[in-house]
Design a binder for this molecule. Structure first.
Ligand SMILES: CC(=O)O[C@H](CC(=O)[O-])C[N+](C)(C)C
Length: 314
């Protein structure tokens, strides 16, 4: 297993591309996940808003279809234009609801994530010819999780509030951020930071370790990992996404609920729903994890290859 020279800068740029791919492939199911995770618990099943992933999908699509307003025609920039067109193509649904904010958040988040991972590897890489150990790769991933929390914690706070409340409470991400800041200051914007760290530090470690491990495993003897075929990249990325969520989901459920207003989340959830409550949104999360992360790593590898071709010496 050979280790190429790591460039955190190239990782940063390619990571941004990866983030855009992750978002485009994963946002509809992410919206469903947050709605399922944060819906209030009803005493009688008949009053639950969404009975499951499919029910939430169906209701979101039909409800939002009815609510198409002129203001949805307002296009804020080229990216938003493309997103809203894509949105219409899948049936005028609002599963891509508030995608402007996540795109502005996820692309830099993944850029920082891949940068942190690259930096972690670079710091531990004494000899470019010598492969890093699994522990070193895991720790590099953990470092990525620490870095990303700086923007993930406020980004997720805003995203979750918008996904749960739609436009009923806030006119958009900026309005949401400003109002949180004005009402309770920076602490409110950063509400959920510890839970974000608990979710993202170990899961990033496992995420990158799985991807690198599978890439090496799938590389035929005598070939370079950089020549890995597209299906194998998709497989390694998809599996990394699934394993990432196996440990990220319980703290994610706590975080989503905490960031949208529930206090004493762990105790309340365990008392009301038992340990399975910590796996709320399971179907949506795992349906999303494979394709979204497969697309993410493919976007990363393609962008990195392009950068290596344009600027081999960086
Ligand atoms: C928990 C989470 O956000 O995971 C990211 C992938 C995904 O499915 O959204 C990846 N990362 C580990 C980089 C945070």
């Amino acid at each position: 297993m050979e280790e190429a020279k790591v460039s955190p800068l190239k990782n940063f740029i390619a990571g941004g591309v990866a983030g855009a791919c992750l978002l485009l492939a994963g946002h509809p199911l992410d919206t469903i996940k947050v709605r399922l995770q944060t819906q209030p618990k009803a005493s009688c099943a008949q009053y639950v808003i969404y009975t499951g992933t499919y029910d939430c999908f169906r209701k979101t699509v039909s409800k939002e279809k009815k609510k198409m307003h002129r203001d949805n025609e307002v296009i804020e920039g080229a990216i938003f234009y493309l997103v809203s067109k894509t949105c219409r193509l899948i049936g005028d649904s609002k599963l891509f609801v508030c995608m402007g904010a996540p795109l502005a958040g996820v692309a830099p988040m993944m850029a920082i994530s891949f940068f942190g991972f690259g930096l972690g590897k670079q710091l531990q890489q004494t000899d470019p010819g010598k492969p890093l150990t699994h522990t070193q790769i895991f720790l590099s991933g953990c470092l990525a999780g620490v870095f990303t929390t700086v923007i993930v914690a406020p980004g997720e706070r805003i995203k979750c509030l918008l996904q749960v409340n739609g436009k009923a409470r806030y006119s958009g991400p900026l309005d949401c951020a400003v109002r949180l800041y004005k009402q309770q200051g920076i602490r409110s914007v950063y509400k959920g930071t510890v839970l974000t760290l608990i979710r993202d530090v170990p899961s990033n470690g496992l995420y990158f370790l799985t991807y690198e491990y599978l890439k090496n495993l799938l590389t035929p003897e005598g070939q370079s990992v950089s020549q890995l075929s597209t299906p194998k990249i998709l497989l390694a990325g998809g599996v990394a996404g699934i394993l990432n969520w196996t440990i990220a989901l319980p703290p994610d459920v706590l975080k989503s609920n905490f960031q949208t207003g529930l206090v004493d989340v762990l105790r309340t959830l365990l008392r009301e729903e038992g340990p399975t409550g910590l796996y709320k949104g399971f179907n949506a999360v795992f349906l999303r994890a494979f394709p979204a992360n497969a697309a993410c790593f493919l976007g990363f590898e393609v962008a990195l290859k392009g950068l290596n071709a344009i600027a081999p010496s960086w």
